[in-house]
Write a protein that binds this ligand. Structure first.
Ligand SMILES: *[C@@H]1O[C@H](CO)[C@@H](O)[C@H](O)[C@H]1NC(C)=O
Ligand SMILES: *[C@@H]1O[C@H](CO)[C@@H](O)[C@H](O)[C@H]1NC(C)=O
Ligand SMILES: *[C@@H]1O[C@H](CO)[C@@H](O)[C@H](O)[C@H]1NC(C)=O
Ligand SMILES: *[C@@H]1O[C@H](CO)[C@@H](O)[C@H](O)[C@H]1NC(C)=O
Length: 576
């Protein structure tokens, strides 16, 4: 839901170390590329194909699109001395080496719950078992394997009815879109759906360029299309939309698929059975596409060797509403409101250059503080980024909730005030104006230190170093002890989920409505859980065949604080 805004005219402050660090991200890819070129004679034919794509796709002056360590999956032995903390209580596999991706095993030390006197939320043994089995599935079915080649042949043949081998692999190709926060939520959703339905998940390199591989000994990136028969057979995945004839909704409308009176879904007899089904799950999807959330359609989809899924949303609350998934999800997530906390920390590990920016900035500005407070300020629906009433809302929120040390000293809400002697306040926004005004308001108090890593002026699309900065800010916010976020913002959702933080959410006007120009009352509300909000749920009850209020069906699926038609997972009795 993030949208573009006008470039800010604010003066540029001195480049922060974060910005400088991130400029090395780009260089890294060129290094990687030339290293890969040098290695050419030694690698097999498959790898040579991949390399050729690297060279072709980076021919322009843009960011080379094919990442990474995918040529030689591992060049160092796995670490043998990792602690349970580093492995996030078993969430992470120890099969990777430490050096290839520092963030993977260093994340824990920046989010130490014990040190911060906060309850930790351990993943269930059942979830750990599922993840290890899924890693094995990704390895068995991933790019470069015989089942993958067979599945690609089937995709190219255009016929989905080809007899399937017993151990056939099935695939889910995730097509995330919109801003980086949306893409991460979409990727986590696709991953969970793939685990539930035992499919290998493949993602686009856009997202992959920023993150290390989550699965050992394989890659989750599908090769790019458009390279003489060597790439992925389906091109322009981002162009799939509600009009695509391969969508679940349109196939139902065209009777390629149908659901009988007994509730069983079938492919039409004698009809051509396509090799893949496109799942159109974005904001304005229609009622037929929403049948994705019905059991009978899920049964039908099981038979499709390939699924493409396009979304910009966190679908997980919707998956919890599918009856046939509930048992499994309940075992995986006994604490249901920890779903994204676990999924996000399992899947997302920023590449070394981004991580170096995070840890460098953290060490320089946040580490020494008694308490870290994150203020994430986002303006969606106004050409102007510097809005007096938004500033007033932020100030009014932190004062009302006593989040910053002020004069006279007062109790802060999130911790024992008597032990907080100073605060580092991390401000993130597209302009430095809020940071400057808040500094003026608190500058006199020597216990409050404000920092802003970067400001972009506007959100840029498809710019990898911009995305690298956005990613490092999400991770920096996630290291905070107290978090204030702007409603609607997927960027804030990711930070709160990774950090296990229940933020104060500042309500904001949806971007398609005119800005009210007034400070909402109250200026912020405490989030009911650390879970992201699902912005576009289906309100159709498949069994009853009518619309329902989906926030009333299950006790742990509720309405979001910031998006009145959205739903999120919450549990009043759990401690965050
Ligand atoms: C693990 O072992 C490696 C090599 O022996 C060492 O460099 C690293 O510091 C160790 N890590 C921990 C957490 O002990
Ligand atoms: C419908 O599905 C159920 C369960 O899969 C099966 O037992 C039943 O035979 C099916 N009915 C028809 C008409 O195919
Ligand atoms: C708050 O700090 C005081 C003084 O250090 C300590 O005695 C008390 O136990 C602390 N309370 C909590 C809830 O941590
Ligand atoms: C809610 O949280 C409590 C305490 O952590 C837990 O016992 C309970 O099972 C949770 N309920 C759900 C529905 O997640």
């Amino acid at each position: 839901m993030d949208m573009d805004v006008e470039r800010s005219n604010s003066p540029t402050p001195a480049p922060s170390s974060l910005v400088a660090e991130l400029d090395t991200v780009k260089k890294r890819w060129w290094r990687l590329r030339s290293r890969a070129r040098r290695a050419l004679p030694a690698v097999c034919v498959v790898a040579a194909t991949v390399l050729a794509i690297v060279v072709l796709s980076s021919a322009g002056d843009g960011w080379p699109t094919l990442p990474s360590n995918r040529v030689s999956v591992q060049d160092e032995p796995p670490s043998s001395n990792l602690t349970a903390d580093q492995l996030l209580d078993g969430l992470l596999t120890a099969e990777f080496s430490s050096g290839s991706c520092r963030s993977r095993y260093e994340f824990a030390s920046y989010h130490d719950k014990k040190k911060r006197n906060r309850p930790s939320h351990k993943p269930s043994p059942y979830l750990l078992g599922k993840l290890r089995r899924h890693e094995a599935l990704q390895k068995r079915c991933g790019p470069g394997t015989a089942p993958y080649r067979a599945a690609i042949r089937q995709l190219k043949s255009g016929d989905g009815a080809v007899a399937a081998d017993a151990d056939d692999c099935r695939y889910l190709v995730s097509i995330p879109y919109q801003g980086l926060g949306n893409r991460m939520l979409a990727t986590a959703s696709a991953f969970l759906y793939a685990v539930l339905t035992e499919r290998a998940v493949l993602i686009d390199h856009d997202v992959g360029a920023l993150f290390c591989e989550p699965f050992p000994g394989t890659t989750w990136l599908h090769p790019p299309s458009g390279w003489f028969g060597g790439g992925f057979p389906l091109a322009h995945l981002e162009d799939y939309d509600g009009d695509s004839k391969e969508s679940l909704g349109n196939m139902l409308k065209a009777n390629v698929l149908s659901v009988g009176a007994d509730g069983n879904a079938t492919w039409s007899d004698g009809g051509h059975r396509p090799p893949y089904v496109y799942l159109h799950l974005e904001g304005r999807y229609d009622s037929d596409d929403k049948l994705f959330y019905c059991d009978e359609h899920q049964r039908l989809l099981r038979g499709a060797p390939w699924l493409l899924m396009k979304t910009d949303s966190y679908l997980v609350p919707g998956l919890f509403l599918v009856p046939s998934f509930q048992d499994e999800l309940g075992k995986m997530f006994p604490e249901k409101d920890a779903a994204f906390h676990h999924l996000g920390r399992y899947l997302f590990h920023p590449v070394n250059d981004v991580w170096r920016a995070v840890t460098g900035y953290y060490g320089a500005h946040l580490a020494g503080a008694g308490q870290r407070v994150g203020l994430q300020i986002r303006v969606f629906n106004n050409k102007k980024q510097k809005l007096r009433h938004v500033l007033d809302q932020v100030l009014s929120c932190v004062r009302r909730e006593k989040l910053l040390l002020d004069d006279p000293p007062s109790k802060t809400a999130a911790s024992n005030a008597s032990v907080v002697v100073d605060q580092a306040v991390l401000v993130t926004s597209l302009t430095s104006w809020y940071y400057e005004r808040i500094s003026e308001a608190y500058g006199g108090d020597r216990r409050v230190h404000l920092h802003q890593p970067s400001h972009e002026g506007r959100q840029k699309w498809g710019d990898a170093s911009h995305n690298g900065r956005a990613l490092s800010e999400m991770y920096l916010l996630s290291t905070c002890d107290v978090l204030v976020t702007t409603g609607f913002s997927t960027f804030g959702y990711v930070a709160q989920g990774l950090g296990g933080l229940r933020p104060w959410i500042m309500p904001t006007t949806p971007m398609w409505l005119p800005d009210t120009g007034v400070v909402p009352d109250p200026p912020c509300v405490r989030a009911i859980s650390v879970e992201p909000c699902f912005h576009s749920p289906s309100y159709y009850d498949c069994a009853a065949r009518k619309g329902v209020d989906v926030s009333k069906v299950l006790p742990y699926v509720r309405r979001c604080e910031d998006v009145s038609w959205g739903i999120k997972i919450a549990n009043d009795s759990s401690q965050w």
